[in-house]
Ligand binder design. Structure first.
Ligand code: ADE
Length: 225
């Protein structure tokens, strides 16, 4: 998979890709992540990427032309499955979206700033708009990092134990059950006896029940979907 990220603040985005699982995925060649600084696609001396709103109103708007130049340059090199715009008014990121995107070959992620992009960018290029939650960030970069993390860990081969993504919270619309490791007894807080029984079907059934109970208690909305 190849991910091209268009941003005015590449330095804000780089560190999540320089540690742990994402770093290993890149080093193993399972994913390529490229950053494109929008200012490299400007045509004036000031390297302007934004301007005031037509019709008046507070806040600057990102202009079409630099974004067009950047996206068009990328599209001339290869075909893209999706061109995603990170925006608080997009569809809310859910595990299902991450699952879908992890199967794509090439995607572009455009990070918005200020008030956002000229509507014509959305009309001309964007195939999908994603929000990471109902709050406003100062730019799309942190949202893009969250999206990339959620997607990249699902690419086959990225997680050491292939089954571990399957047992994550949300994969069956259920939260994950409680988990334990050594010691068996910590200051009187004990691990459930059943987990030492060796009875795998029974343990599996217990985990399913716990996942259901936890979901019912914390996120009943997930059980309605
Ligand atoms: N840009 C600003 N706020 C955002 C959000 N909640 N999700 C994605 N991109 C954003």
């Amino acid at each position: 998979m190849r991910i091209d990220i268009i941003t005015v603040l590449p330095e804000l985005l780089k560190s999540p890709f320089e540690a742990s699982i994402l770093k290993r995925a890149i080093e193993a060649g399972l994913v390529e992540v490229h950053f494109h600084n929008l200012r490299d696609y400007t045509s004036d001396n000031y390297k302007s990427i934004d301007d005031t709103q037509f019709g008046g109103g507070a806040g600057m708007v990102m202009m079409v032309e630099p974004i067009d130049k950047c996206i068009s340059a990328l599209k001339s090199e290869r075909a893209y499955d999706d061109i995603i715009y990170m925006t608080p008014d997009g569809e809310t990121l859910k595990q299902g979206i991450a699952n879908q995107l992890s199967l794509k070959e090439n995607i572009i992620i455009l990070c918005g700033h200020y008030k956002g992009v000229d509507q014509r960018v959305r009309d001309m290029f964007i195939t999908r708009e994603i929000s990471i939650g109902d709050y406003v960030l100062s730019g799309g970069e942190l949202g893009a990092a969250v999206l990339c993390d959620a997607v990249i860990r699902l690419i086959p081969g990225v997680l050491g134990n292939e089954t571990s993504a399957l047992t994550d919270s949300f994969q069956d619309n259920l939260l994950a059950p409680p988990i334990y490791t050594k010691p068996r007894d910590y200051k009187g807080y004990k691990v459930p006896e059943l987990l030492f029984s060796g009875n795998l079907p029974k343990i599996e059934k217990w985990r399913e029940e716990q996942a259901y109970l936890r979901t019912k208690e914390r996120r009943p909305d997930l059980l309605e979907d």
